[in-house]
Design a protein around this ligand. Structure first.
Ligand code: PGA
Length: 263
C-alpha cells in the first residue's frame, strides 16, 4: 500500500553542524561564503547550516536564500529568567528553521531525556523543525542498543501529536561513529545504518500510524565525509545526513552536496 508523503518530506536533508567552530565571526562569514560559492544548490534538497548562536544572523545573510539555518540547541523555556538560554521563538525570529535537540555532545554535558522532551515540545510550538538526535554509545552483541535507541525516540516524542510529525526529523548518530568522540571513531556501515533507519521507522509506526511515520525524515550522522557519502547514500536508506567535521571544510561540504544531487 502506498502512503502519502508530501514533497517536502521526500526532499533530502543535509545539515552541517559547525559545533563550537570557527573561532570568530570573520571566519564564520568566510566559511559561509565559501560554502555558498562552492555548493550547487537547488530546491530539490534542504541544506541547513547550524553555526554557533552568535553567528546565526550573519551566516544566514552570507548564505543567502537558497540555504537554511539551524540552531545547535534550543531552550525548553520560552523566555524569562533563564540566564544563558535561547528560546525557540527567538531563534525563529532571526530566521532559524531547524533546531537540533539532544545531540550526544549535549547529552554528555547533562542533557536528560526529560529536558529533550521539553525542548522538542518548545520547538514544535513554532514553525521550526526539531532535529532529534538519538544513538547508542556503544554496541553490544545482543542488540540491546536497539532498545536504547527506541527508548530515546519514544521519550523525545512523548506528547507529540501525529499531526506534528511533519516538523520532526530523527537523526541517528551513534556516539561511537562521531569523528571527535574517540580516536577509534568510524562511520557506521551503510548496512548498520540501514538496519537502524528501518528500526526507527518501525518504532514510529508503533507509536503513531504507518502513514504518519513515513512523514518523518530519518537522517544519519557520524563521520560522514567525501569518501563514504556515496556508499551511505546508496545503502543506508537515510533521507539525509548530519555532518560535523566535514561541514567546516567548504570544499568537502560542497562535494557532499554534489553527491547528494547526483543520487
Ligand atoms: P562528525 O559529527 O561528522 O564530525 O562525526 C557529526 C555530529 O556530531 O553531528
Amino acid at each position: 500500500m502506498l502512503h502519502y508523503i508530501s514533497m517536502e518530506q521526500k526532499k533530502m536533508l543535509l545539515i552541517g553542524n559547525w559545533k563550537m567552530n570557527p573561532r570568530s565571526m570573520e571566519e564564520a562569514q568566510a566559511l559561509a561564503l565559501a560554502i555558498k560559492k562552492q555548493s550547487k544548490v537547488s530546491a530539490r534538497m534542504d541544506i541547513v547550516i547550524a553555526p554557533p548562536h552568535p553567528y546565526i544572523y550573519e551566516v544566514r545573510r552570507a548564505l543567502g536564500a537558497k540555504f537554511l539555518v539551524g540552531a545547535q540547541d534550543v531552550s525548553s523555556e520560552k523566555m524569562g529568567a533563564f540566564t544563558g538560554e535561547v528560546g525557540a521563538s527567538m531563534l525563529e525570529s532571526v530566521g532559524v528553521t531547524y533546531g537540533i535537540v539532544g545531540h550526544s555532545e549535549r547529552r554528555a554535558r547533562g542533557e536528560t531525556d526529560d529536558s529533550i522532551e521539553k525542548k522538542v515540545a518548545s520547538v514544535l510550538k513554532t514553525n521550526m523543525t526539531a532535529v532529534v538526535c538519538v544513538g547508542e554509545r556503544e554496541r553490544d552483541s545482543h542488540g540491546k542498543y536497539f532498545g536504547f535507541v527506541e527508548g530515546q525516540v519514544r521519550s523525545a516524542l512523548r506528547g507529540v501529536a501525529g499531526s506534528k510529525l511533519t516538523q520532526v526529523v530523527i537523526a541517528y548518530e551513534p556516539v561511537w561513529a562521531i569523528s571527535t568522540s574517540s580516536p577509534t571513531a568510524r562511520p557506521a556501515t551503510p548496512e548498520d545504518a540501514h538496519e537502524m533507519v528501518l528500526f526507527i521507522r518501525k518504532t514510529l509506526s508503533d507509536l503513531y500510524t504507518r502513514a504518519s511515520a513515513e512523514r518523518v525524515r530519518i537522517i544519519y550522522g557520524g563521520s560522514v565525509d567525501t569518501k563514504n557519502i556515496s556508499a551511505l547514500l546508496q545503502g543506508s536508506g537515510a533521507q539525509g545526513f548530519l555532518v560535523g567535521g566535514a561541514s567546516l571544510r567548504a570544499h568537502d561540504f560542497a562535494t557532499i552536496v554534489k553527491t547528494l544531487y547526483a543520487f
